[in-house]
Each structure stands twice: as C-alpha cells, then as structure tokens.
Design a protein around this ligand. Structure first.
Ligand code: NAD
Length: 496
C-alpha cells in the first residue's frame, strides 16, 4: 500500500508511525500517511531556516516569477489535482476544481506583490529629514489546515508567506494529505528553492511541535473552533504571531419579497454542496414571515432532487462524507433533532449508493421547525443538513444570528435595498452575501469571520495576509550638507 511521506528540503522524507487514508466513496483504506513527530518538525524547521537565509534575500522579481510559474502549473494540473482531492475527500471533481481555482486566485494576488508591498515615503517631515517605511518577512512560518479544502485553505497561506520572503511548513489534515505533496512538487517545478516549502504530515503531535518550536515565528490555523482556541493560546504563549480561523454556523435569511425559487435554489446548493463540509456552507435558513411555508416546500423539492454519488462520477452533485465517524455523527444529529421536536422533512439517513454500499454516504436532510435551543441549531454539524428556523421580521432574524456564537458567513435574500443595507450594517458576521449564498471574498480582500469563527484578530490572505507575514520598519533619514550642520539637542526630538 502507498505511503504518503513528508516533504522536507525538496524531497520526500520518511516517518515511523502511520495512519490510514480512506477513499470515502468506497470506504476502503487506500494509503497510509506518516505521522510527524517533534523530530520531523525540527528537521523541517532546520531546512526552512537554512532556506530563509537566501530566500529572504532574493529579489521581488525572482519571488513573483516563481509565483507566475506556480500559477501556470496549477492551471495545467487542475484536473489531476482535482481527482487527487476527490479521491481522499469525497467531494466531486468539479467542486475540487472550484477550490483549486479559488486558491489559485491567492497566487495571482501574490504575483502582484510588487505593488502591494510598496512602502510609503514622506518628504521633508522636518528640515532636511525624510521618513520611509518597508516591510520584511518574519522567517520560518507554519500553516495547519483542515480536511475540507486540502488545496484551497493551504493556498490561502503559503503563496502569501512565500512571496513575502518567508519559508513555510505545512501541516495538512491527515485525512486527505496527498494534495499537499502534489503542490510541493509543483513548487519545485516552478523553481522554488528546496526548503522554502515543506510538508510535515500528522496530527496532534506534529501540531504541538509546531506550536512550541522556538524556530517558528508565526502560525496560521484553519479548523474547528476548539482547536483554533487551543492553537491560538498555545502558540501566542510561545511568542508566535497567530491567525486562527474556527468553525461556523451560517444563516441565510429569506424575506417574503425575495424570489423564493431563486433563494431556494441557491440555499440548496450552499447547504448540500460538498456534502455541507464547508465553513461557508448554509446550515440554517431563516424564513421570515409568510415566506416560511412556501420556502420550505421548494427546499423540500430541491433537496429530494440532489444527485448523490461518488465524486468522480459525472453528474454527481454531492459526494460522501469524509469518514465513517462523520457519517455517523451527522446521522445521529438528524435522529436527535427529531427527538427534540424538529420535523424531518427530508431524511438522508441510511442512503445506499449502488456499487458503493460501504461508502460514507448520507443523503441531504431537511429539518423544519427547528428552534435555537435544539442541538441541530447549536452545533456545527458539518454535513448535508439544512435547518429551517422561522422569524417574524428581519430585525428578529438579525437578533437571532447575532446571538449565535459563530459569525463566519451569512446571506440575505431580498428585493429590498433598504433591508440589505440594514442587514449588512447590523449583523455581527464577517462575510456577508446579498442574494449570494456562499460569500467567500476574492483573494484581494481578506477572509475571516467574527466571534468564535476567528480567534484573535488576524483574518487571512489579501492585505491582511501581507501584513500578517511581514513586519514593518520605519526609517528616519538625514543627509546633512557640510555647510548646514544641525546642532544636536538634548530634548526629545520634534519637527521644525
Ligand atoms: P479540525 O479542527 O479537527 O482539524 C484542523 C487541523 O487541526 C488538522 O490539521 C488537524 O490535524 C489538527 N488537529 C485536530 N485535532 C487536534 C488537536 N487535538 N490538537 C492539535 N491539532 C489538532 O478541523 P477539521 O475537521 O479538519 O475541519 C473542519 C473544521 O474546520 C470545521 O469546524 C470548519 O468550520 C472549519 N473550517 C473553518 C474555515 C474558516 O475559514 N473559518 C475554513 C475551513 C474549515
């Protein structure tokens, strides 16, 4: 059986312990992945620190040229990488290609680094004195990423870090690790020097070694909220700069004036696409006023139409869940919802896909009359379960969303500009869609939620990403002419 190895200093590197990697569509173990130890992390830090000595001295032109070449390779290998992702994650190949495209956009942003990284200059702030600033890389930085976007989420991080002159260690999810090694090879083909991009596989041991290693300057994390809190606390207490993005429970509000067919279409895709395993998935439809019964009827029809099957079969709209444990957790949650009084309008439990009876499939589930005290509302289910909650007014819907501990994404479906403006100004959520169900910002904006969806205050990519992976210097300069010697004062310097 194939063993997926680390990638350190430009080459595959072995490990001792291994864990299984499954094909979610068949339920079969298809590979083993090495589980990194503290020694493996240390080897990666040593390689990355050595590479930093030269990479941080390379020119902006050289760094962006690597990014241009890397971007082209991502285009050429999109189908291949999409199939690798689909085989380990379960999502459809087209959906995987979508995540590669959105990740590639961050590379494109990094290609324009020359403009974004420009400092500023102030002439003659005092007589004969000018001030300018510029930013420099941090050193060795690390990224710890979740299973649900094995290409895109790491791509939110490493192009930004590498283009700004840092060297990078990726610790991807142990459930779908192959995309990371594929990307490492593309970087090598693009001309990135060895040691600038490294991959250490594994779970908690590898993560803990990263969080506490004195040679790592900054840690970027994306995953569930409890682990985001742990990572933030541990890494900051070890003196590191931290980005820590957590979980989500995203609401889509539907007002009675919305085109309900349009709203239901988009909510269905946002809820069941990638089997609900997206941090921006629509988990709750908040139906306002008399939109509720009509919306519920259309959502039911659309949920029943979703085509479930293996991710590599053309025509499939929704694949399996990532693991058997995830399948069981989601199906138990639907059972608990029924026990707690929700109406199970569409029941996805027990779905069998012909020829793939051992796959980790569950069908789309639609729950109606869900209330905010039910587990189905409170927990992040991270599966194909859409809950309908009813509200009397837009203001009540806003209050409901603001009371939720998460604040990643949200959407409003309406024909009213006034309602849209009130919603976007009053909602306590970081990423908002108006008639857009999954409002993932473009790479030149930053990505990040509020409240428990982002621990600390560092969003990811865009201008915030540049700031995160660099630190500023401000230089105050005087070049006195011999004839104009200025006397030195003992008082604190002020302008004149
Ligand atoms: P996870 O938190 O279980 O794992 C994330 C990473 O942390 C993985 O690399 C994993 O190996 C590591 N990890 C897991 N348990 C650990 C532990 N006890 N100690 C140290 N490290 C540990 O998340 P997941 O299940 O892979 O991904 C799904 C979660 O990620 C969901 O909550 C989803 O909302 C969230 N997510 C958030 C965003 C966002 O942008 N906010 C994006 C994608 C996913």
């Amino acid at each position: 059986m194939k063993t997926i190895q680390h990638w350190i200093n430009g080459s595959p590197a072995d490990g001792t312990d291994t864990a299984p990697v499954f094909n979610p569509a068949t339920g079969a173990e298809q590979a083993r992945v090495v589980l990194g130890s503290a020694a493996d992390v240390d080897a990666a830090v040593t390689a990355a620190a050595r590479a930093f000595e030269t990479w941080s001295e390379s020119s902006l032109t050289q760094r962006t040229q690597v990014m241009f070449a890397f971007r082209q390779l991502l285009v050429e290998h999109e189908e291949e990488l999409g199939r690798i992702i689909s085989a380990e994650h379960g999502k459809t190949v087209d959906d995987a290609r979508g995540e590669i495209t959105r990740g590639r956009e961050v590379v494109e942003f990094a290609c324009g680094l020359g403009d974004v990284l420009k400092g500023s200059f102030s002439d003659q702030v005092s007589r004969g004195i000018d001030v300018h600033n510029f930013r420099q890389p941090l050193g060795v930085v690390a990224g710890i990423t979740p299973f649900n976007f094995p290409a895109m989420v790491p791509l939110w991080m490493h192009p930004m870090a590498i283009a700004t002159g840092n060297t990078f260690i990726l610790k991807p999810s142990e459930r779908d690790p192959s995309a990371a090694n594929f990307v490492a090879d593309l970087y090598k083909q693009a001309g990135l020097p060895d040691g600038v991009f490294n991959v250490v596989h594994g779970g908690k041991d590898a993560v803990d070694a990263i969080l506490t290693h004195p040679g790592i300057e900054a840690v970027s994390f994306v995953g569930s909220t409890p682990i985001a809190k742990y990572v933030h606390e541990t890494a900051t207490s070890h003196g590191k700069r931290v980005q820590a993005l957590g979980g989500a429970k995203n609401h889509a509000v539907v007002l009675p004036d919305a085109d309900l067919e349009f709203a239901a279409n988009h909510i269905t895709a946002g809820a069941y696409g990638s089997a609900g395993e997206r941090c921006m998935a629509v988990a709750v439809a908040v139906a306002v006023g008399d939109a509720a019964d009509r919306l519920a009827g259309i959502l039911e029809r659309k949920a029943r139409e979703v085509k479930v099957g293996p991710g590599d079969t053309p025509g499939t709209e929704m694949g399996p869940l990532v693991t058997k444990a995830a399948q069981e957790r989601v199906e138990n949650a639907v059972g608990t919802a029924a026990t707690q009084g929700a109406t199970v309008v569409v029941d996805g439990r027990g779905l069998k896909v012909d020829g793939h009876e051992e796959g980790f499939f569950t069908g789309p589930s639609l729950l109606d009359h869900v209330t905010t005290d039910m587990d189905a509302y409170k927990e992040e289910l991270f599966g194909p379960v859409l809950a309908i909650v009813r509200a009397d007014s837009l203001d009540q819907a806003i209050d409901l969303i603001n009371a939720n501990p998460y604040g990643n994404g949200t959407a409003l479906f309406t024909a009213s500009g006034e309602a849209a403006r009130r919603f976007q100004r009053n909602i306590h959520v970081g990423m908002i869609g108006i008639n857009v169900p999954v409002p993932v910002p473009m790479s030149y904006y930053s990505f990040g939620g509020w409240k428990d969806s982002l621990i600390g205050d560092n969003p990811i990519h865009g201008p915030e990403g540049i700031r995160f992976y660099t630190r500023p210097k401000v230089v105050t300069t005087r070049w006195p002419q011999q004839a104009q010697q200025v006397s030195a004062g003992f008082n604190f310097p002020t302008s004149n």
